[in-house]
Design a protein. Sequence first.
Length: 265
Amino acid sequence: MARPESRDVSPRLSGKLTGYLAILAGAFLFGMWATVGKFALANVPPITLAWFVQSITAVAFAPFLGRLRLRRPDWARVGVASVLGAVAAPTMYFTGLNLTSPVSAALLSNTEALFTVVFAFVFLKERLSLGGYLAAAAILAGAVIVTLDLGQARGDMGSALIGNVLLVLAAMCWGGANTVARVVTARHDIPSFVCMQLSLGSLILAPIVLATGNSLFVPPSGIPIAVLRTCFTSRCGRSAPSRRGRSSPPPPPSASRSRSRSASP
């Protein structure tokens, strides 16, 4: 009787270890995200880089587009998620990053989790434990400190403050996009949703780039670092559902009951 249990324990430990290693790898990549973006901004204007990153990531998710099965009400939600998460957020993020330091950008990006919690609380009626609310309060306090701490800013302190505020606003938009995505991906395939969200965002952003006097052309010297930045975007999920780890829709009650029966001794 003891041997079957030991066989079950080993896969569980292996699965946990793999999960922890994946989280550490993701945290490492996410820590480099702002630094790589800062290098990319040396050769590419912020709004052009925002368009480029969304477009290349949409192409990367294009093979999943065949799974698209959106219902009519979901298209409006996809439009909102696109405007928030693939137009407004990346534009403000790269503009803010261009005005402040990568350290501030990395720290302030964590407020995305805070805004996601707030929006999910208000609109989805989701609740956290006391520890979760304390963690959210800690994020808020840290964001205020980082936003107003301009002592390490190089150059104009006013520009650094504007950059920090833009980073917080970008996180707020991504938090809103996460909440909208949560509704759609609860009953829809995630990769195809990501592809459609980023594709619509790229189509909306392209004329805005041109209207602001910028070009859609990325200099050859800026392509490698911009592509690397895009890889970080795909991993860290600036496409809302992918980073948040949204799971598949819950199984129907009958499936849940059959599972519980099979699992019972």
